[in-house]
Design a protein around this ligand. Sequence first.
Ligand code: SF4
Length: 316
Amino acid sequence: MKLIAPDYYTKFQCIADRCRHSCCIGWVIDVDADTLEYYHSVEGTLGERLKNGIDEGGETPHFILGEEERCPFLNQNGLCDIITELGEGALCQICTDHPRYRNFYSDRTEIGLGLCCEAAGELILKRKEKTTLVVLEDDGENEELDVPDESLLTWREQLFAIAQNRNLTIEERVVSVLNAAEFAIPARSLVEWADIYLELERLEESWTDRLQEMKDTDISDAPLLGTAEWEIAFEQLLVYFLYRQLPFALDDGEYEGRAAFCVLSYRIIRDLCRVHAVLHGGVGLDDLVDLARQYSAEIEYSDENVEALLDALFEE
Ligand code: SF4
């Protein structure tokens, strides 16, 4: 079995106390059985805090969030008390993994970094080189790639090549991606798309504000964000979505819809950037990282929201 990742993967580092949108705030964090057993064995003050800080009453044990939905072990300096006292190896599986995600194939596991993490967003969206995939581990077993996996990976390679063709503008590339998928995104105004996104489940109030701004702001005179710097950033965004989202088609058969979802996600984030430019007198890649972070957290991490958008893509 091989472990495959985008080439930037190994450069990732959590920025901990410098993180402005910590994943230790606002998310329910489940504690896996092995870690829970270990936590039961911890003695002293931290052991007592672990006992009181985990809800074991329901189906899945999880940390009991405190004020402002903070993890009870996130201290006022923005550091994790579990890491400080016991080391990184003492973290539960979810905390160890985040912001990593995995997709599984017959001969490989693919791993990546989610844009919901601002440090990952910085790394992915500000890189200039074309993203490639690298083999991080290989146990030499050479398992056979089954037919559906092989055809998906071949198709994704073609879509990557289109997305990374720097002889075309990014808009020309997404049109080619849609043509390759033989899919036409229904013609809707930004206001109509905003209404669809406003109907979805939302986590942060500021996301609602952004969608409302998208609805209320005329972007016809907004910058087109077609400079080389933006084109490359949008390419990275599109490649990120293709890498992460296409494999779900193996489960639901929605190959064309999943490709269109990637294009839609890029276009909505691009237009949120243009809205930001109109309302704030300009926009930069830091704003892109932040908007992509919020989009990823609100949409990608909710199966219901992705399903609802797939439905919207198929509705006229
Ligand atoms: S969101 Fe990313 S950078 Fe911030 S605390 Fe979590 S893993 Fe670290």
